[in-house]
Design a binder for this molecule. Structure first.
Ligand code: BTN
Length: 245
C-alpha cells in the first residue's frame, strides 16, 4: 500500500480520482492525497470540506478478492487501524463511532467513505476515503459544535505526513491479517475502542430507524442492538445518533 502515490494540491474528491485510476487498471494499493478538495463527499450524500493544508484527505484503492458483503468490514478495519495509529502519534483517546467515524472528546475527528464497484457478482475494486481533521483552528458554523481537530483539541500542530504514514503502516499489516483471518481477529479491539458500546442509540438507514442499546459487535462488524421489547436486532450499516454526538 502506498508504493504508488498521487499527490494533488487540489482535487474534486480523492475518491473520484482514485476511481478514475482504478478504471484505467492501476493496481491495488494506490493512494491519492489532496491538500484541498472542491467536491469532497461524506456518507449519506453529505459534503466534506477539506481546506488547504490543514487536514488529511486520502483515498486508498484496493482490489481484494472478497465477497461484496465483506466490504463493510474493511471500513471497520481501517477505522481501527486509524485509531491505533493516531493514538500512537498523539496519545489522545481517539474512539470509533460505529461504523466509521473517528471521535475525540465527543466530537467528530474524521470519517471514512468506502465505495465499492462490482463486476458481475464480484468485487472489482473498493476505494476507501479517509478524511481527518488535523490542524484546523476553527470550523464552519454548521459543524462548529460537532467537529474537532487534533489542533483545536490540544493547541498543538501535528505533522500530517507522520500521521498518514502511521495509519498506512497499521493498515497494511492489519489488512494482511484481515485477508487471512477476517474481521473476527480484530473484533475485541474494535469493541474496546467503540464509543457506542452499552449506549442507547438510534440507527438510521435510509428511511428506517431502529432504537436500542448496543450489546455487541459481531465477527463481521455488525451491530447487535437490544430493542425495548427485549429482542436482539443485527444492523450492518447506518448512521448512529446518540446523546451528545
Ligand atoms: C463521513 O464521515 O461522512 C465520511 C467522510 C469521508 C471524507 C473523505 S476525505 C477523502 C475522501 N474523498 C472524499 O470525497 N471523501 C473522502
Amino acid at each position: 500500500i502506498g508504493r504508488n502515490i498521487i499527490y494533488l494540491d487540489k482535487a474534486t474528491s480523492t475518491n473520484d480520482i482514485a476511481k478514475e485510476m482504478a478504471e484505467k487498471g492501476v493496481p491495488d494499493g494506490l493512494i491519492v492525497i489532496a491538500e484541498e478538495q472542491t467536491k469532497g463527499r461524506g456518507r449519506m450524500g453529505r459534503k466534506w470540506i477539506t481546506g488547504k493544508g490543514e487536514a488529511l484527505a486520502v483515498s486508498i484503492l484496493l482490489r481484494p478478492d472478497i465477497e461484496p458483503n465483506l466490504c463493510p468490514s474493511i471500513t471497520s478495519l481501517i477505522a481501527l487501524s486509524s485509531v491505533k495509529a493516531i493514538r500512537k502519534v498523539t496519545g489522545f483517546d481517539i474512539m470509533i463511532k460505529w461504523p466509521n467515524d473517528l471521535v475525540l472528546n465527543n466530537r467528530k475527528l474524521g470519517g471514512i467513505l468506502t465505495e465499492m464497484t462490482m463486476e458481475g457478482m464480484k468485487v472489482k475494486y473498493i476505494i476507501i476515503g479517509l478524511g481527518l481533521n488535523i490542524n484546523q483552528e476553527d470550523f464552519d458554523e454548521d459543524i462548529k459544535n460537532i467537529a474537532v481537530s487534533l489542533k483545536s483539541f490540544s493547541g498543538e500542530n501535528f505533522n500530517r505526513r507522520i500521521i498518514l504514514s502511521e495509519i498506512l503502516n497499521f493498515f497494511e499489516r492489519d489488512y494482511e491479517y484481515f485477508k487471512r483471518f477476517g474481521l473476527s481477529y480484530f473484533v475485541e479491539d474494535i469493541k474496546k475502542y467503540s464509543i457506542i458500546f452499552g449506549k442507547e442509540i438510534s440507527v438510521i438507514d435510509g428511511y428506517k430507524s431502529v432504537d436500542g442499546t448496543v450489546v455487541d459487535i459481531d465477527k463481521e462488524g455488525g451491530l447487535i442492538l437490544k430493542t425495548s421489547d427485549g429482542n436482539l436486532k443485527r444492523i450492518i450499516s447506518g448512521d448512529v445518533i446518540m446523546e451528545g454526538l
